[in-house]
Design a protein around this ligand. Structure first.
Ligand SMILES: Nc1ncnc2c1ncn2[C@@H]1O[C@H](COP(=O)(O)OP(=O)(O)OP(=O)(O)O)[C@@H](O)[C@H]1O
Length: 306
């Protein structure tokens, strides 16, 4: 069964010897599919995930999932959730099958059922050949998959994953994406990531945190609809050495994206072709949305034409 809504009302967190990591976070969205939390280092992502998974108390505010008060009834929600913290590592001297079985035993599942489920999930994920190897002999990607396998095998229907794909090579990451895409059909997954492409590809909804503030939350199209310009133009090459072109009073530089609307696109494209420039034009991506909503030109390669 999937949770219905996840809701936060004015969740704030001030660490005793630290900053105000979350500032009055409020949202209510369906708890289904994948909700990805994105934001810079220190934005407050881990703090929010720790609060929602009952590991940390907020300084103030209220949160619930599927009508269960997370702060007031932590034991109730704990039966429904499982988490892979950012620093989670598979215990080096256990094997994958022992790792998953132990995790299930901790969740109150009896030994024979835990063993059966562990073998079933390893088979499903085509990890049978590593089932009996020591975790310390596995690759980073295999170790991460073992942790995800434990969540899959659990009875939890609300999964929290803090940066599940960090440090994985592109192929392992893509394999994990496939796993998560399958998993989200049955469970609600709340994850944090620094990979905007990952968030865009996998997520049903995305939340953008910046310096402890929630800057936006919704589907990609809902976030996109908040921006006045729907396309981005990327100047790849110009025929002049400066690497910039002036079009209708706006200077376009190579390697930087300019946000434009449909009307502007026609005249800009015509002028760029006339000036022998190479360029690409695309609907605005999550990266563009992120830079615009957070109002920061962090990477220095995107800017909004106001
Ligand atoms: N236990 C703690 N005590 C004091 N300050 C903390 C503690 N944990 C986090 N902070 C601070 O709270 C802020 C938010 O940290 P948090 O780990 O939630 O950010 P994050 O978005 O998950 O960052 P990252 O992307 O680097 O993992 C940071 O300024 C951090 O230094």
């Amino acid at each position: 069964m999937c949770a219905y809504y996840i809701e936060c009302r004015d969740i704030s967190k001030k660490y005793v010897k630290g900053p105000e990591a979350l500032k009055s976070i409020s949202f209510k969205v369906p708890a289904s599919g994948i909700l990805s939390l994105i934001g810079r280092n220190g934005a407050g992502k881990t703090t929010l995930i720790r609060i929602l998974s009952t590991e940390l108390l907020p300084s103030s505010g209220y949160a619930e999932i599927d009508g269960i008060d997370i702060i007031g009834e932590p034991d109730e929600i704990r039966k429904r959730i499982a988490i892979i913290p950012q620093e989670a590592r598979a215990i080096s001297w256990l094997t994958p099958i022992q790792t998953i079985t132990t995790f299930l035993l901790y969740r109150g599942i009896n030994y024979s059922e835990a063993k059966r489920r562990s073998m079933e999930v390893l088979k499903k994920l085509e990890l049978e050949q590593i089932a009996g190897k020591l975790n310390r002999t596995l690759s980073g990607g295999q170790k991460r998959k073992v942790l995800v396998a434990a969540l899959i095998a659990s009875d939890a229907d609300i999964l929290f994953m803090d940066e599940p794909t960090t440090g994985l090579d592109p192929i392992s990451r893509a394999e994990l994406w496939d796993l998560l895409a399958e998993l989200k059909r049955e469970k609600f997954i709340f994850l944090t990531t620094h990979y905007l492409e990952e968030a865009e590809r996998l997520s049903d909804r995305i939340a953008i945190l910046d310096s402890g503030e929630l800057k936006g939350i919704g589907t990609i199209s809902e976030l996109r609809s908040r921006l006045p310009k729907k396309y981005s133009i990327n100047l790849i090459q110009t025929s002049n050495l400066d690497g910039e072109i002036e079009i209708n009073g706006t200077v376009l530089k190579t390697g930087r994206r300019l946000f434009i609307d449909e009307e502007e696109a026609y005249s800009i494209v015509r002028d760029l072709i006339n000036k022998n420039a190479k360029f690409s034009i695309n609907p605005i991506s999550l990266e563009d949305i992120y830079y615009s909503i957070a109002k920061r030109d962090i990477g220095g390669d995107a800017y909004v034409q106001e």
